[in-house]
Each structure stands twice: as structure tokens, then as C-alpha cells.
Write a protein that binds this ligand. Structure first.
Ligand code: TYD
Length: 211
């Protein structure tokens, strides 16, 4: 918790098929019970605002240049921060976002090959507040080998633009997520998504927010 930002910001991350969305609502409900004085807000990226949801449709369906893709991801994020995340944190709420900036580093950086410099510049532009960056206080990374995730995805619904990408792409996305988790162990908690849902839930239900 930050004195200027009395809320708590959590992001859920992982490659498509890792199962993060399965646990998100139950986790939100659980936090609501543990912290009854703090409203829990569930949101997602790309999306989370009316404009962001329109951008999401374009991002998930239309082919585009990788820089256009990154710019639109961050444009949606700018709106999301202004309209949803920052006001909720100011009001002391717990915000859980299904993906945030780590996804841009993993997908547009690791997966598509956009440079770290470009991504850092966009991150500073969109999340910089004075000398600080708005970042989640806690990031739950659902980690799974690309192959297992691919098998799980093939059983699910019609794939979007990202979900149609190949194993190599997802392995690169995964590696970038893991690299970031290793570089910032205080923020990340890596969950082995090969485990049963019961074991994953046990881990999630034991999380204590530093709040
Ligand atoms: P996802 O969160 O997996 O939603 P769903 O469960 O409905 O498929 O889908 C969002 C997709 O957008 C996912 O493939 C990752 C991608 N994405 C990026 O490439 N960069 C980003 O910055 C974000 C937030 C998402």
C-alpha cells in the first residue's frame, strides 16, 4: 500500500490457455470476504472501459503492424488507468485486472519481437507519475509450457488473433513473462498452472495482501 494510493492493485497474467480467468472471480470473492471494508473491482485488458473494449475488438481480430498493436494496447491502458484503475485505487479499492503491462512486454516484446526500448518508452508515457510508474502491487503469473497451453486451448472456443499463433510464439511469450518474474520477485508470484485446480486454489486462498 502506498500513502498516495490507498488501494491495492493486482494483475493476473499468463499465456492463453494457462487458466488464469478460471480463478479470477473466485479470488475476487475471497478477497471481498477477507477485506470487507474494501470494494473489489474486476477489470481486464485490453478493455475495461467503453473505448478500451472497442480497441479490444480491433486488437483481437484485425491484423496490424506490431507497433500499431503496441500503441493501441497502451492507448487502451491509458484510458483504463484514467477512468477505472486510478480512481478505484484512490478510493481505497482492490483492483484485479485480467492482464496489464506485463502482457505487452510478453506478447508484443517476447512474442512479436518489439524492442524493449519502445515498450519501456510507452510504459513510461502511460504509467509514469512523476518519478514513479504505476504498477500492480501483486502479479499472479499462471505459468504453463506452451504445448500444454495449446492442448488446453484446442478444447476451448474459437481462437482469436493471438490464440491462432504458433507454439514458438507462445514459448517466447512464456519466457518473457518468466524473465520479468525473475527480475521482480517482490511483485510476482508464479503459479505452476500444471497443477490441479484444487491445488492452485489452495495457493491463491493463502495469499495475504500487504494491505
Ligand atoms: P485474454 O486476456 O486471454 O482474454 P480471453 O480469455 O477472453 O481470451 O485475451 C487477450 C489477448 O490479448 C491475449 O491473447 C493477450 C493479448 N494481449 C497482448 O498481446 N498485449 C497486451 O498488452 C494485453 C493486455 C493483452
Amino acid at each position: 500500500m502506498d500513502i498516495n494510493r490507498p488501494g491495492f492493485f493486482i494483475s493476473f497474467e499468463g499465456i492463453d490457455g494457462a487458466g488464469k480467468s478460471t480463478h479470477l472471480e473466485a479470488f475476487a470473492k475471497h478477497l471481498g470476504q477477507c477485506y470487507p471494508n474494501h470494494e473489489v473491482v474486476i477489470t481486464r485488458e485490453p478493455g475495461g472501459t467503453p473505448l478500451g473494449e472497442k480497441l479490444r475488438q480491433l486488437l483481437l481480430q484485425e491484423p496490424m503492424h506490431i507497433e500499431t498493436e503496441a500503441l493501441l494496447m497502451f492507448a487502451a491502458r491509458r484510458e483504463h488507468l484514467a477512468q477505472v484503475i486510478e480512481p478505484a485505487l484512490q478510493a481505497g479499492k482492490i483492483v484485479i485486472s485480467d492482464r496489464f503491462t506485463d502482457a505487452s512486454f510478453a506478447y508484443q516484446g517476447g512474442g512479436r519481437g518489439l524492442s524493449l526500448d519502445t515498450l519501456n518508452t510507452l510504459e513510461t508515457l502511460v504509467q509514469g507519475r512523476g518519478a514513479e510508474l504505476i504498477q500492480p502491487d501483486l502479479t499472479l503469473l499462471f505459468d504453463l509450457p506452451g504445448e500444454t497451453a495449446e492442448q488446453r486451448r484446442s478444447k476451448a472456443r474459437t481462437p482469436d488473433k493471438f490464440e491462432r499463433l504458433d507454439l514458438h510464439f507462445f514459448e517466447n511469450v512464456r519466457n518473457e513473462y518468466l524473465r520479468r518474474a525473475k527480475a521482480d520477485p517482490g511483485r510476482f508470484m508464479v503459479i505452476d498452472a500444471r497443477q490441479s485446480q484444487e491445488l492452485i486454489w489452495k495457493q491463491l486462498s493463502e495469499i495475504q495482501l500487504n494491505y
